[in-house]
Design a binder for this molecule. Sequence first.
Ligand code: LLP
Length: 441
Amino acid sequence: MIVTENKSGMICSNLSRDESGELCFAGMPLSPLAQKYGTPLYLYDEARIRERCRTYLGAVREAFGDRARVLYASKAASFRRLYEIMREEGMGIDVVSRGEIYTAVRAGFPLERAYFHSNNKTDEDIAYAMEHGVGYFVVDNEEELYAIDRLATARGIQQRVLLRLTPGIDPHTYAAVATGKVDSKFGSAIETGQADAITRLALSLSHVALKGFHCHVGSQVFDSDVYFRAAEVMLSFVAHMARTEGFLAEELDIGGGYGVRYVAEQPEIDIAENIREVGEFMTRRAEELGITLPVVAFEPGRSIVADAGLTVYTVGTVKRIPGYKTYVSVDGGMTDNPRFALYGSPYTILPVAADLPEETESCSVVGRCCESGDILQENVPLPPDMARGDLLACLTTGAYHYSMASNYNRIPRPPVVMLADGTSYLAVRRETPEDLVALDC
Ligand code: LLP
């Protein structure tokens, strides 16, 4: 993977310390924000989100001309303001539920640029998406294809679809996010002949307009070879279908997955350079295979929003167990960040007030839930005098945090605050105790 050099000395270039030593994000010191909005607090650097969109859009334009799309995989972070930003930036979106579609509708997002995924779309989901003019369905299986055809017939429309295929590639990432292998709940496998069968079925259905194919091999991927191999398998399949069925795919969506830097040991991927390489590879292979290269779609989620996010916590109990370790408890935890509990994901956690001193203490930063597994990170070097009321920042929390947050232990979800041009504004307000009982009958 081609990586970029970050000269800021921090893991992300939108982090800095001011002259007093306080940690700043998007140029803004964190303690006034914590004061104003309370903690735990999700912050987003709006300029960084826009910059990432532009990087992708610029890179695909260079690599494929106007025959490319970038779809923001909104499962990474889904709230109204983000869909507005995606609309303004000219991005498409990947949506996976009625809830995401509804949120996009409320943001005025043009849904003809939406691609509807999911391995189990109910008839209600399908009808809802059709009613709102969702551009493409990314079809997981034959059952879904029949349901789409039936509901499209009832509405008198032709629904555009891509077929999700599994190219049989191991993305070398953690198991929960590896999706491109044959043994997956997603898609139709090329290796087993199911991909051929579902293509033939799609071509035979009168209210389904087959536009092409989709694959997504995994998430938090650092091995660029994975993309070349996926592109190779998918292009060969396109060529195979052109030969055997006379069907030339107009569109090929190769999913998302570029890894991001959570800790200093991980690289920062140069997205533009990697897309350029993939573009060159796909253009050459299409030529060699004798097919017109379909419109190519990328579907990044994490790499659009991850390092545009940061979470601020207030320290509560600091528990020192002599001869063992120190637990630093914060006012959030697995409810706003379940990723360590679920995947053992690494994070960088920094003190807000001042940089780390020479002498640090290795701590477990834990949440407030009534569960031992409620850990944000272990072996975090922190100042040895951490105390109640201090602020901590967990970096790179823009992807799969707010969208995976829960109310476990009836803990209200934090607000989402956007930082733009040196000011801040609320995108999602903090939940209240009243919100927590709002659905109780
Ligand atoms: N397209 C499809 C079909 C996907 O399933 C995904 C992610 C993406 C695109 C975006 O992938 P990304 O660029 O964000 O890697 N909750 C897990 C991540 C689950 C990813 C699911 N699919 C985590 O917190 O690591």
